[in-house]
Design a protein around this ligand. Structure first.
Ligand code: PHE
Ligand code: ZN
Length: 881
């Protein structure tokens, strides 16, 4: 299977390798420009494979300087080296043999950040998905599991630290200014989990004792001087290890667990066996420089990577089509972890907001694909929110269908049955079927059919019969390559609320299987009758967001308000208010577009303010209620012919109306939610800050003077409050002298902290309005901007394209042209980064026609450029088709 040439890879073509890899022995002689890698690989021919079949190894941008078979040079006639493969013929029929490949690499000039590269003078590797082939010729696919020994040789002065996977074997001085270290990983692993780090770093150390008594050394490596900022990550790691033992009965399996923070990284973090490598953004935190969101992200990502040790590493993917086997499941696990560490309801709201704003648009646009795809051109482009977040939702639905105990039984069976293997989604599902005796074949369509199902519902109450009838219809929209869809098994949690807010207890339910409050929808049309309902009930659908669907139902503001006041499910309360807000915001956008006065529904104001002032509710929940749907959410609600300017003005008007009515409550909250004492990053304190900042934001939007925001800026004693105040100033008063002042103060204060300067870039990149494009262009010449560092590029260019609807979608199309040029500039250096940022245009077809035309032209400009990477051409081709 080749992927680098950009041809389409099909799931159905999967077959195991001809040769089994038994052992891997690697020796690295590190040098910035000329690193020598010697790989000794022991293979044997798989039984039944033709004796003439050659060994084909993957490669990518390699220089080979030696090739031996059992220590003897292989004659030129017996091998071919191409750009992407090394083919060796004439190999032993049955006996094991050793291939020794020597390659030369230049880590310093490796700007793709795949394979072995240098970041801040540190040598570091990134191998998922297909980076190992940039280190040596190798069967670089996840179903080839082997035991690795790694020897690292490097200059002692610049690389005192030499790390790889597994346990440390030993090391020595070489007497010539160099030293070496050896590592052995006893757990068979695929090459994508290989890692090496070498350099001069500081360390934070701790330890953890597992339930069965294994003592594990924990080490987090960061740049010298930044050690105190790794304390929270260490704490999160220990909590993750404990939680996985308690909830999933999973123990750690090596003597050491290491995390290294690096400043150049394409993704969030990587779960290499025993040696996780992290984007430093997801390790470093202190109150002065990290926001509550940063803390929550660090906790979640530390947990995510740690949890991969079982879901991903001990049990891995047979092929890359199965990516959701490890990612969807591991996201589900990290979601559950965060829910246990924080407030479950608030966590669920945040997850659903994220799912709807990122995954739903993907599923509704040209890049839609199944959770388990069946084809790809470039696997890097499938690390998507569909594979991760929808994959997690599908796992969550299995837990909902089976209930807690059977879900646990299925997971235990999975760990037991498949430990040490590379498996498929079918294997995963079979564990739950075997553990529960249920048939999950219809349910498994969730893995195979792309698109967000739409459920259309209507209810009818028959007072005479005291029965309530729900008519439900499901439809899965057509997506690229899938025009006709089958009916899905949708577990929909529904509650029926009576007038007084209590929940109706139906005497009987017919028309659908029901377990507890879960309705099992399995047919295209279903009529569900609830008997013994004393008065007209208000249905509360999709409690806890039990299924990732869109719901269409006519529901009055009054009914929604009832749900918002009385639902036992807090998520459903938020959902009701959010739906009410979305209705109103979509109407407001239409009114703005037609030049009509914008009307804010009194029921909405009432609902929001009632929740905001309700002391019985936790502050974090109240803050979520106050945070109105985003402009992107409104665009998605409207669906087509979108005018981002109208959406923005409509939203602004609603915000002002809420601000005006809520002035007293917001002023009161400012005082009530003030925190005293030292900063604490825990969920309750974060919730108070969130509610206080939400109130402040309404107050600032309700006035035309920056005074309140200025004073918040000056009195802030942590990054959450400081960056919120700066955001308010910049977004509400972009050109005020106070804002320029605050921006300058902020920059000066954090000039030596790139991660904080990223916030400074992002805040300015999201200032609404057409003129922000010029600002972004100017910021690109700021000395702190670095076009080859992914975090810098994402925070300025990425944030502008993804999160500034009015600025990016300028009616004259300049935003798109700017992005096209940036993509073409980034692509030769770092194709993955370029492709990722280009996906910001995935919803271009839902724009009004003038903008859509400009967007299409910009995409065509990208598509027509010479020497495009496979990454970018795959994305742009799909977006245009
Ligand atoms: N496997 C990593 C994660 O989720 C993501 C990743 C993919 C990182 C590819 C780097 C490269 O957790
Ligand atoms: Zn992951």
């Amino acid at each position: 299977m080749r992927t680098n040439t950009g041809q389409i890879i099909h799931l159905e073509d999967y077959r195991p390798t001809d040769f089994v890899l038994e052992r891997v022995d690697l020796t690295f002689e590190l040098d910035p420009r000329e690193t020598k890698v010697e790989a000794r690989l022991i293979f044997h021919r798989r039984e039944g494979v033709d004796a003439s079949a050659p060994l084909v190894l993957d490669g990518d941008e390699l220089t080979m300087t030696g090739l031996l078979l059992d220590q003897e040079e292989i004659p030129a006639a017996l091998y071919d080296v191409a750009d992407d493969a090394l083919t060796i013929r004439g190999l032993p029929e049955t006996a094991p043999f050793e291939i020794t490949v020597t390659t030369l690499l230049s880590p310093e000039t490796n700007t793709k950040l795949m394979g072995l590269y240098r970041t801040n003078k540190v040598y570091c590797t990134q191998c998922e998905a297909e980076g190992f082939r940039r280190i040596t010729y190798f069967p670089d696919r996840p179903d080839v599991l082997a035991v690795y020994t790694v020897n690292i040789i490097a200059e002692k002065a610049t690389a005192p630290l030499l790390l790889s996977n597994g346990n440390y074997l030993g090391g020595a001085d070489m007497g010539d200014g160099r030293h070496f270290a050896a590592w052995f990983d006893p757990h068979p692993k695929p090459s994508y989990l290989f890692a090496l780090v070498a350099g001069d770093l500081g360390v934070v150390e701790d330890k953890f004792t597992t339930t069965s008594g294994r003592e594990v050394a924990l080490k987090i490596y960061v740049e010298h001087g930044k050690e105190p900022r790794a304390a929270y990550a260490m704490d999160a790691l220990k909590r993750s290890m404990k939680w996985d033992e308690e909830v999933f009965s999973r123990e750690y399996d090596l003597d050491i667990f290491m995390i290294v923070a690096v400043s150049d990284f394409n993704m969030g973090a990587m779960e290499n066996k025993g040696l996780n490598v992290f984007n430093d953004k997801y390790v470093l935190a202190d109150p002065e420089t990290a926001t509550d969101t940063d803390y929550a992200n660090i906790e979640a990502i530390i947990a995510h990577e740690y949890f991969h040790n079982w879901t991903g590493n001990r049990i891995t993917c047979r092929d890359w089509f199965q990516l959701c086997l490890k990612e969807g499941l591991t996201v589900y696990r990290d979601h559950e972890f965060s829910a246990d560490m924080r407030s479950r309801a608030v966590k669920r709201i945040a997850e659903v907001r994220h799912l709807k704003s990122e995954q739903f648009p993907e599923d509704a646009g040209p890049l839609a694909h199944p959770v388990r795809p069946t084809q790809y051109r470039e696997i890097n482009n499938f690390y998507t929110t569909t594979v991760y977040e929808k994959g997690s939702e599908v796992t969550r639905m299995i837990a909902t269908l089976l209930g807690r105990d059977l879900f646990k039984k299925g997971m235990d069976l999975y760990f037991d049955r498949h430990d040490g293997q590379a498996v498929t989604i079918e294997d995963f599902i079979a564990c739950f079927e075997d553990a529960s005796g249920r048939d999950l074949s219809q349910f498994s369509l969730w893995y195979h059919q792309a698109g967000t199902p739409l459920i259309t519902a209507s209810g009818f109450y028959d007072a005479k019969k005291q029965s309530y009838t729900l008519s439900l219809e499901q439809a899965v929209p057509a997506t690229p390559g899938q025009s006709a869809k089958k009916s899905m098994h949708i577990p929909l949690r529904v509650g029926l609320l009576l007038e007084d807010g209590s929940e109706a207890k139906p005497a009987a339910v017919s028309g659908a299987d029901v377990t507890g409050d879960v309705l099992h929808l399995t047919e295209r049309k279903q009529t569900v009758v609830f008997a013994g309902i004393p008065s007209r009930p208000v249905p509360s659908f999709n409690r806890g967001f039990s299924a990732p669907i869109n719901l269409h139902i006519e529901q009055s503001a009054k009914d929604r308000a009832l749900i918002a006041r009385h639902e036992v499910d807090l998520f459903a309360r938020w959902q009701a208010l959010n739906a009410m807000a979305l209705d109103n915001l979509a109407k407001a956008a239409a009114q703005a577009r037609n030049g009509q006065p914008i009307v804010c529904d009194e029921a909405l104001i009432g609902g929001l303010l009632a929740a905001a002032g309700d002391e019985g509710l936790e502050p974090a929940f109240r803050a979520q209620v106050l945070s109105l749907p985003s402009e992107a959410d409104i665009a998605r609600e409207i669906g087509r012919d979108n005018d981002p300017d109208a959406i923005q003005s409509g939203r602004q008007a609603i915000l002002s109306a809420v601000a005006a009515s809520g002035k007293d409550i917001f002023t009161r909250l400012l005082g009530e939610m003030a925190l005293s004492g030292p900063f604490r990053p825990d969920a309750a304190s974060a919730g108070q800050r969130a509610l206080r900042n939400a109130a402040l934001s309404y107050l600032v939007y309700g006035e035309d003077q920056p005074a309140k925001a200025v004073s918040a800026f000056h009195s802030a004693n942590n990054m959450t409050d400081l960056s919120q105040a700066l955001t308010l100033l910049a977004h509400r008063f972009p050109d005020a002298a106070e804002t320029l002042d605050a921006l300058a103060t902020f920059k000066k204060r954090f000039a030596d902290n790139a991660l904080v300067i990223d916030k400074w870039f992002a805040i300015q990149a999201t200032i609404p309005g057409a003129s922000t494009l010029e600002r972004v262009k100017a910021l690109m010449s700021d000395p702190h901007f670095n076009p080859s560092n992914p975090n810098r590029v994402r925070s300025l260019v990425g944030t502008f394209a993804f999160s500034n609807p009015t600025g990016f979608n300028r009616a004259d199309g300049e935003g798109y042209r700017f992005l096209a040029r940036q993509i073409l500039d980034i692509d030769p250096r770092n194709p993955q980064l370029a492709a990722r940022i280009l996906t910001s245009m995935r919803s271009w077809r839902s724009l009004e026609q003038v903008r859509a035309k400009h967007a299409q032209e910009a995409l065509k400009e990208v598509a027509g450029a010479a020497n495009l990477s496979v990454d970018v051409s795959d994305i742009v081709d799909r977006m245009l088709s």
